[in-house]
Design a protein around this ligand. Structure first.
Ligand code: GUN
Ligand code: ZN
Length: 469
């Protein structure tokens, strides 16, 4: 059993952070939060809590925040391609379709190699944990053995993960060297990976398979129909891409002329519903946004990728106002960083750009509303509870509440004024707090100046999975 003491910050609803000081959070041996005691005397609260919970006070791990530190829910990366991790930061002047052919498919094809996959996936999981990512929705590759290895590594290193073997059986878009030979092969390989994950985590408590048709142009109608049927019979989540890039939209229109829109393609094959995570969702029509909202599907907003690949700016405010759940994704390696915090600040800045496109302010109240900037509180919500909602795990993670699981990061900022002379600047990276006393100001400093140097410890379901030495 564990007790965490000190300052806790989490999002309670879109746009509202709660700051809890002098608080004790009790986490049982299953990693579940069993009690939260606000405003207590931290110097002698543990004994009383142990009595209340019938815990042995001698068999207890206690973690207490120091000055300038706080506990924050672990970040949720709703869209990340683990096999593309070696390419992170490399995208040249490409846009989506040529980027896939030039950088992405060759790299993913090379991840058939077990030794290479072990190196790449270990680095990717270690790096994302170090950035405070406690849950990741991973696209793997078409290869069963190395997709299963990714699931094994997440399990061993303690990251909560959705792991998807990528389905891509169309001969139109996928290169001959990297695709499933048929819809049936696509499905049988997917089933093999699901069976492996069920074997390592029978209740999907931490590692869960996720059906992963890469995107409509990569899949035959037959494969999408079979995946849709599997979704309906299994209840498994789905992840795919939608409406990312203008050339991709034209391709979908040409390949699926019988469907009225991109979203209709997924809907037709029963792939649009609760726990469907749609990556990007930039150029959607009002009709599509309403359809996605009605079906209860969610969006992975990937601002770093959308800027890097010149894909566009997702209309996040419009999605939220239409009732669509939104989480954040790094989209490594369309995105240039494996850090969700980078996606958080990018989401804020991209929304600032949207507020004044072409140097012109909004002209009507509706336009003004649609372009309203996302606040620091709102983007942090997307990175935690928003992502949890999209993945269907909001009852378990994303905030600090009794009954939820302890997926958390201990964040430390540099209070330079109070540092002793020998204080090592590297301990707190770029964040120098100086006189900023209010916690909302400190959080803003963290969001815009922070990085993995501020992530001191990370827990998933109560297990310590990263510690910064
Ligand atoms: N669309 C289809 N595949 C991909 C991919 O790997 N990354 C991104 N950003 N978009 C895609
Ligand atoms: Zn992607």
């Amino acid at each position: 059993n564990q007790i965490f003491l000190g300052t806790f910050i989490h999002s309670v609803k879109l746009g509202e952070l709660q700051y809890m000081h002098d608080t004790a959070v009790c986490v049982d041996k299953h990693g579940k939060i069993v009690a939260i005691e606000p405003q207590c005397d931290l110097s002698n609260v543990t004994e009383a809590l142990c009595q209340k919970l019938s815990w042995d006070a001698h068999d207890l791990a206690i973690t207490i925040t120091k000055e300038g530190q706080f506990f924050f829910p672990g970040f949720i990366d709703t869209h990340i391609h683990a096999p593309q991790y070696p390419n992170v930061g490399i995208f040249g002047k490409s846009t989506l379709l040529d980027w896939l052919n030039k950088y992405t498919f060759p790299m993913e094809a090379s991840l058939e190699s077990l030794p290479k996959a072990r190196r790449v996936y270990t680095s990717c999981v270690r790096r994302t944990l170090a950035h405070g990512t406690t849950t990741a929705a991973y696209y793997a590759t078409i290869h069963v053995a190395t997709t299963n290895l990714l699931a094994d590594l997440c399990h061993a290193m303690g990251q909560r993960a959705f792991v998807g073997r990528v389905c891509m059986d169309s001969a139109d878009v996928n290169p001959a060297y990297y695709r499933d030979e048929s819809a049936d092969e696509s499905l049988s390989r997917t089933r093999a990976s699901i069976a492996h994950i069920r074997n390592i985590d029978p209740s999907y408590a931490l590692i869960c398979p996720i059906l992963t048709p890469r995107f409509a142009p990569s899949c035959t109608r037959d494969a999408m129909a079979q995946l849709g049927a599997l979704r309906c019979s299994s209840g498994l989540p789905v992840q795919t891409h939608i409406s990312e890039n203008a050339a991709e939209l034209a391709l979908v229109k040409a390949m699926f002329p019988e469907c009225g829109s991109y979203a209709d393609v997924y809907d037709k094959y029963s792939l649009l519903g609760a726990r469907t995570v749609l990556g990007h969702a930039i150029h959607l029509t009002d009709y599509e946004i309403n359809l996605i909202s009605e079906r209860g599907a969610g969006v992975a907003h990937c601002p770093c990728s959308n800027s890097a690949l010149t894909s566009g700016e997702a209309p996040v405010r419009r999605l939220l106002d239409a009732g669509v759940g939104v989480g954040l994704g790094t989209d490594v390696s369309g995105g240039y960083s494996a850090s969700v915090l980078e996606a958080v600040r990018s989401a804020a800045l991209v929304s600032n750009h949207r507020a004044m496109p072409m140097g012109k302010w909004a002209e009507t109240p509706a336009e003004e509303r649609e372009r309203a900037k996302l606040s620091v509180e709102e983007v942090l919500h997307l990175a935690t509870r928003g992502g949890a909602g999209v993945l269907g795990i909001a009852d378990r993670v994303g905030g600090f509440e009794v009954g939820m699981e302890w997926d958390a990061q201990l964040v430390g900022l540099g209070l330079v004024d109070e540092c002793p002379d020998e204080c090592d600047m590297r301990d707190h990276g770029n964040v120098d707090v100086f006189g900023w006393e209010a916690w909302d100001e400190r959080v803003a400093k963290w969001v815009f100046n922070g990085d993995d140097r501020n992530v001191k410890k990370v827990w998933v379901r109560g297990r310590l999975v990263h510690e910064r030495k």
